[in-house]
Design a protein around this ligand. Structure first.
Ligand code: F6R
Length: 631
């Protein structure tokens, strides 16, 4: 498929569809609530009742749509579809909200992604006399579907037939869901490079951009592949074909999360709950990784031991927080495997023509498994014949499906937009990949690996200890709520932790923040420090390699001498930092390479508290979406 052109705007919307015996209005609205975390700025839904399609849609949060529904309820129905839109192609207005209807009102469509050739298709529809009711690319699909439906032979799966005809004409990335007033028992959906899962209940069927949309009703799911159309019908159940109508057997799986995992459970924010879940998430990610002879096991490895032994270069490719996990992974991977590792943001990777071949391993890290930049980097790597290993949290998502090997993190659903448990479990997964490669390539003795695995197994407890002491960090957060800028310094693996601390603060609290390699400060950035500038320093263990600890202690003195308010994260027993710390945050002693798992936690809590004190929406920061499915 062609990638959306760089800079094109698109949508990362939430999609829900339902056919069954319950009140579709309730099921769809509830599904939309569970997808709110994806980030959106308008919402809408449609039902089919008494041979007609009725829609309701509204700009703003779901509460606005609920008001519309209270004033003008949709008719009772057992089939419906709903959408939360992250506006791009056309502003976040009522008229651009989905669903979109065909001109004759016979077909309703919701959409996630970008129809790249929509301008040409729109011109064609307009030439045929169609008047457009919105500025979206989506609306062309509604008009084309109505025309294809009218032209399709009469029969059982006419809507699916029409969908296939339309999809063959569409360029770009899209998930489409459609319903027809003439088919009150059927929803049809199509998928190309954009997420869609099917849920199968007892005599009822669901569609969702992810399983959170239907997890309260069923954990039985069907995975859809690239360029496939699915029909869900009250009597016929689930039928999947490719875009040419060839029959496809979808892969079935059971979601290993329950509905409670996708609820706040008494916490003010999903983010707080997810921070608190980290010890368990790490333990779950480690669980079952050791085989009977102590060998490490990945989830899916479609590579031979020989292919793994032939690897002479590793690229780690990811975005945002996952990229920071990659930066940390480099230290461990190079140290344990002696293979050179490069780490790169996915959005840059393929555009600079990296040198890749059969002996290159590209590790793609993605919590959602749907991030378009990462997916495109993966496809580029495969085109160049490199091997791809995915580290991913969302079972059945696109990135692991297209990779040669997969290691799933078992963090459970991450609902807050800002990644926390996703990040810590990515780190743990990276360590496991490093040890796995070291083992396959004979770079480490069994007892060395066993000793590192034992260190990994102590991490849940260490993170729990950090969490137990977070009251003083919260208090500190409240005192920093008015800061204009906060700097983060680290060295060695502490440097990416500093980057992650700064990212969390920017995205949650909208405060300017930057992470620096502590040694780099004197080469320029130290000039920005003024009286009272808060500077967070992640101090390496006194036992770490070389004299890096002593150098960071000197860096703390340097910034303090220039007026900085120092916030120091240091391990227990490190007395050297005490005289220079305005605030001292203690973390348990942890082997250097694994230390980011504990030192990141106070930074998550700090950002969360500062944002909450500023009265911001911690779970859904402005302008952000959870799963970035456009380039
Ligand atoms: C930041 C954050 C983002 C994601 C990034 C990649 O808190 O969550 O930076 O890490 O968008 O997302 P995934 O891991 O789903 O590919």
């Amino acid at each position: 498929m062609r990638a959306p052109p760089p800079g094109t705007l698109g949508e990362m919307c939430g999609i829900v569809g339902y056919v069954g015996h319950q009140d579709a209005r309730e099921v769809v609205l509830e599904g939309l609530r569970r997808l709110e975390y994806r980030g959106y700025d308008s919402a809408g839904m449609a039902v089919v009742a008494d041979g007609a399609l009725t829609t309701a849609k509204k700009a703003g949060k779901l509460a606005n749509l609920e008001k519309v529904l209270a004033d003008r309820p949709l008719p009772a129905a057992t089939i419906g579809l709903g959408h939360t839109r992250w506006a791009t192609h056309g502003g976040p207005t009522d008229r651009n909200a989905h669903p979109h209807l065909s001109a004759d009102g016979s077909v309703a469509v919701i959409h996630n992604g970008i129809i790249e050739n929509f301008a040409a298709l729109r011109a064609e529809c307009e030439h045929d006399g169609v008047e457009f009711a919105s500025d979206t690319d989506t609306e062309v699909a509604a008009h084309l579907l109505a025309a294809a439906y009218a032209a399709a032979p009469e029969g059982e799966s006419r809507l699916a037939d029409a969908m296939r005809t339309v999809c063959r004409r569409l360029e770009g990335a899209f998930t489409l869901v459609a319903s027809s007033a003439a088919e009150p028992d059927t929803l049809v959906a199509a998928r190309r490079s954009s997420p869609l899962v099917v849920g199968v209940g007892d005599g009822e069927y669901f569609l969702g951009s992810d399983v959170a949309a239907f997890i309260a009703h069923t954990r039985e799911a069907r995975e859809l592949g690239q360029d496939q159309v699915v029909e869900i019908n009250r009597d016929r159940g689930v039928t999947v074909t490719d875009f040419d109508g060839g029959s496809v057997e979808p892969t079935s799986y059971t979601v290993d999360w329950d509905a409670a995992a996708a609820e706040k459970g008494g916490y003010d924010w999903f983010m707080l709950k997810e921070i608190a879940e980290q010890p368990q998430a790490i333990a779950d990610t480690l669980l079952g990784r050791l085989g009977p002879q102590g060998e490490l096991a990945l989830d899916e490895v479609r590579l031979s031991d020989q292919e793994l032994r032939d690897i002479d270069k590793i690229f780690v490719v990811a975005c945002g927080t996952a990229y920071h996990a990659g930066l940390i992974a480099k230290y461990a991977l190079e140290h344990w495997t002696r293979i050179p590792v490069e780490v790169e943001v996915a959005s840059e990777f393929r555009y600079r023509d990296p040198v890749l071949d059969r002996s290159t391993l590209v590790v793609v890290i993605s919590q959602s498994g749907e991030t378009m930049d990462s997916l495109m980097a993966l496809r580029h790597a495969k085109d160049q014949r490199a091997r791809v290993l995915a580290i991913c949290n969302a079972n059945g998502s696109t990135i692991p499906r297209e990779s040669d090997a997969v290691l799933y993190t078992h963090a459970g659903p991450e609902i807050a937009v800002a990644s926390t448990k996703g990040f810590l479990t990515q780190l743990v997964a990276c360590y496991l990949v490093g040890l796995f490669l070291a083992q396959v390539r004979g770079m480490k003795f069994e007892d060395e690996i066993a000793s590192i695995v034992a260190d990994l197994r102590r991490l849940p407890e260490a993170v729990a200890e950090v969490l137990a002491r977070m009251d003083s960090v919260r208090e500190l957060g409240r005192s920093l709520a008015d800061a204009n800028t906060i700097l983060f310094l680290g060295r060695h693996v502490g440097f990416p932790v500093a980057l992650e601390g700064a990212l969390k603060l920017k995205e949650l609290a909208y405060i300017h923040a930057e992470g620096f390699a502590a040694g780099e400060l004197k080469h320029g950035p130290i000039a920005v420090i003024e009286e009272g500038t808060p500077v967070v320093v992640i101090v390496p263990s006194p036992r770490s390699r070389g004299s890096v600890h002593g150098k960071v202690v000197s860096n703390i003195q340097e910034v303090r001498a220039r007026g900085a308010r120092t916030i120091v994260i240091a391990e227990e027993g490190d007395e050297d930092v005490v005289p220079y710390a305005d605030h001292l945050i203690r973390v348990p002693r942890t082997p250097t390479l694994l230390a980011p798992v504990v030192t990141t936690v106070p930074l998550q809590v700090l950002a969360c508290e500062i944002a909450a004190t500023r009265g911001l929406d911690v779970d859904q920061p402005r302008n952000l979406a959870k799963s970035v499915t456009v380039e």
